[in-house]
Write a protein that binds this ligand. Structure first.
Ligand SMILES: Nc1ncnc2c1ncn2[C@@H]1O[C@H](COP(=O)(O)OP(=O)(O)OP(=O)(O)O)[C@@H](O)[C@H]1O
Ligand SMILES: [Mg+2]
Length: 348
């Protein structure tokens, strides 16, 4: 086998490695270490690379010949990051490895934040249901109208929990297959027509019109998609316009463009617009976060879970599309979805 130098071998390892001599002087830093911390002059003190006391103590212990050990620490400079450091004693030296585990740490904190959010969202309806059960048990002789009122509130809260669970399941299913781009041909014109026909009675019941604007020449337009998910996407947007758009009519329109921001080829553009109260700019950027509501008290009491737009975002991402939200207080809201269409058939 061809002889290779230790330095070449260490350079091939993706983990940042430092060989430290007495006085924590850097004898060697591998390629990953140089990429992470910049060039380090020969024999420079390691404290110039990182000055976290836990990391320095770990290096010192290994230099004194103590057994291999590891620690985790967070630094602010040169940029905020969390590292897992391992130090191994060598004769008269120490080998220190540093792994940037910031993404891992962020994922763990996102997961616990998510669990805390779900628990909070489920706890309030559950507390309310338990409260009414107690009241009903304590007052078996309560008048029937009063019992009916309490049972109806319980039913509303239970339905809210049910919607929350369905939303979460739906979100996790979409996320699980997000890398898998859907390929079945879908005609957005027909899909939007069916969807508007289904939702129109609900709009009209509250005295509002649901208008579909779809030019005849786009009837045959096809996009690679998942019809069920696309329906779910646009139902969420239309339901939002009906739920949050005041007493405004809702207009759904289909268009086509040669390109869109972030998409190279031709796109189908579906716009769901209302003329309702709109959304303040500080909320717009955060609307697609799970459980985010621009007006928590009002939308929660209206039964909203705050998951609708998170689902929309993931369905759009799975279709390699883009979502644009334009709104201002008092000026209505426009949710535009750009979806790549099938490439034009090649002509010989
Ligand atoms: N057309 C709209 N006009 C004004 N505000 C809107 C509109 N669409 C969405 N919003 C705001 O965005 C928030 C997030 O919407 P999202 O669909 O994620 O949740 P939700 O509608 O509250 O709950 P769910 O979708 O489960 O019913 C809403 O709570 C509302 O404050
Ligand atoms: Mg919604």
């Amino acid at each position: 086998m061809e002889q290779i130098s230790t330095e070449t071998a260490l350079d091939a390892i993706p983990l940042a490695l430092f060989l430290l001599g007495p006085g924590r002087r850097v004898r060697f830093a591998n390629r990953a270490a140089r990429e992470m911390f910049g060039d380090i002059p020969a024999q420079a003190p390691f404290v110039r690379v990182l000055r976290h006391p836990d990391c320095l103590a770990l290096a010192d212990a290994a230099l004194r010949g103590q057994a291999p050990d590891e620690t985790e620490f967070t630094v602010r400079h040169p940029h905020p990051a969390t590292f897992r450091a391992r130090a191994t004693p060598l004769t008269g030296a120490a080998l220190l490895s540093l792994q940037d585990i910031s993404a891992e740490v962020a994922a763990v904190s996102m997961r616990s934040e998510f669990v805390a959010n779900v628990s909070h969202e489920l706890r309030s309806p559950l507390t309310s249901v338990l409260g009414f059960i107690e009241t009903l048990l304590a007052n078996p002789e309560a008048p029937p109208e009063e019992r009916k009122r309490q049972l109806e509130i319980m039913q509303g809260e239970a339905r809210r929990m049910n919607r929350l669970i369905s939303g979460l399941l739906s979100l996790s299913r979409i996320e699980a297959e997000e890398k898998l781009r859907p390929e079945a041909p879908v005609r957005p014109a027909a899909l939007l027509r069916d969807l508007c026909a289904t939702l129109r009675p609900r709009a009209e019941a509250s005295g509002r019109a649901l208008i579909l604007d779809c030019p005849q020449e786009l009837e045959g337009l096809e996009i690679p998609g998942d019809a069920d998910q696309l329906t779910q996407l646009f139902v969420n947007l239309v339901e939002n316009a009906l739920a949050h758009g005041g007493d405004s009519d809702v207009i759904v329109s289909l268009g086509r463009a040669d390109s869109a921001p972030g998409i190279a080829g031709p796109v189908a553009c579906v716009c769901v617009a209302d003329d309702g109260p709109g959304i303040a700019p500080e909320h717009v950027a955060r609307l697609t976060e799970r459980f985010y509501r621009a007006d928590p008290a009002r939308t929660r009491s209206a039964g909203g879970t705050g998951l609708g737009l998170a689902i929309v975002k993931h369905i759009v991402a799975r279709h390699r599309g883009r979502l644009r939200i334009e709104s201002a207080p008092g000026r209505g809201a426009r949710f535009r979805v750009f979806l790549p269409v099938f490439p034009a058939p090649r002509t010989a």
